[in-house]
Design a protein around this ligand. Sequence first.
Ligand code: C5P
Ligand code: C5P
Ligand code: ZN
Length: 485
Amino acid sequence: MASTSNENQVACFLNSANEAAKTILETAKEDGFIHVFSHLDADGVAAAGIVGKALFRLDARFRIRITQWIEQKIVGEILSDKPQLVIFTDLGSGYVDLLSQKLADFKIVILDHHQIIGKESDNFVHVNPHLYGIDGATDVSGAGVAYFVAHSLDKVNVDLAPIAVVGALGDMQDKYDQRMLGGLNGRILEDARNSGLLTVEKDLIFFGRETRPIHKTLASTTSPFIPGISGEEDKSLAFLASLGIKPREGDKWRALRDLSEEEKKRLCSALADHLLSKGLRYEVSNLIGHVYILNREEPWTPLRDAREFAVLLNATGRMDKSGLGIAVCMGDRGQGLEGAKKVLEDYRRTLNKYLGWVMEKPERVKELENIYVVSGEGFIDDKIIGAISSILSGSLPNPEKPLIAFSNVEGEDIAKISARASDTVTSRGLNMGEIMQVAAERFLGKGGGHNVAAGAQVPIEDMGNFIEIVNELVGRQLKGERIGS
Ligand code: C5P
Ligand code: C5P
Ligand code: ZN
């Protein structure tokens, strides 16, 4: 669960963000060329947008690349292009060893929140909450770390605070009471609120409050899971009708945002009664939560609700169109946004296709002693397997067992693995980041991440053995054994 950090830890963290800002400013003043590499998910795209905008405002010369991981190709590119500075955002901390070995002579800034593997060279500036005992899985995201550096570069970058909030929500860091962001994310929220850019409200937490017809929003919710409504659009229309809530205004579907306060109250208490009648007392507390509204964005667009914004960015990153997501983060509300919206539709269709495929045959979700396993069999795109595993992990029968999903990387002999665990098991000491790292290293692969969400790359021929080892390591770690070196 969410932890709290003290002022001293925060001061040390902010100090390291200032160091990074100094290094960036120096390079920009000397007109040095800057390479930025960021991760392909929502948080990574948001982080890239924040750094991109800050560098643009400095009039710096830079280039941004989005990648799923750091590999030889990237190292080779840096060695041949010889940029004066390399900035890694939302990735890098898991590769400190590799970077120190291969790029020790380069000026490198790492702005990340993943668990750290290795010790950096002296000319690296490493900004990571874990270095100061702050929890990087819940308290600040890659975009958040990038934001603190951008803010230290120039206070005008306070207008990027909402993008950092989007990144944190993309990484599902809303683990404080009633899906609130806390820790360092709380400071970013304050910046965003104080500048009038963001409003936080407590409301029905359903996804799509700004853009989707209400019955679709209700039917697509899985958190909380509402029996008889989740997954059933017809029944959720009937449910609304029984409450006298009109789903349409003229020929336009209404979204949650269009309901009056009184209608919302009616809907909320009817949903609570419905859940209670099914014995789901606990789920009632999940109906209401904090929602984050970007005041300057147009109503009815996917940018208005920060959680929807995050899904849009995720879509661009995972569908190989990250340039659009980055442009939107940097302020493009014209062609960039139009393009990103199209990609979002495409992404939703793709997710549905993959989820349908997994559900088609029950044996596609295998249950082992300690884990669930889903093999994408090359059908699921390796860049989307992470999103699929996030969605599937919420609907598995036994929340005590983490999910391992994997698929082949196109054109290569490696598998991309995505692991997800519930907060219930991580609070009992399970750390999927560590397990992915230890298991992958046995097969000359690479793994890491956070306790709740982690990943790995491993030769495809070793997948059978890899799964066996992960199954065993999860069991051992839950018994309290140390599994690392
Ligand atoms: O690399 P990064 O830290 O940005 O990614 C974390 C990933 O894990 C995100 O894709 C996020 O959606 C996912 N996640 C999850 N469940 C959690 C926390 C994170 O699926 N509880
Ligand atoms: O790719 P996926 O969304 O499953 O990744 C989950 C988390 O694990 C992300 O935060 C990702 O950056 C991290 N990861 C990592 N090292 C790897 C693979 C994934 O740190 N080799
Ligand atoms: Zn992240």
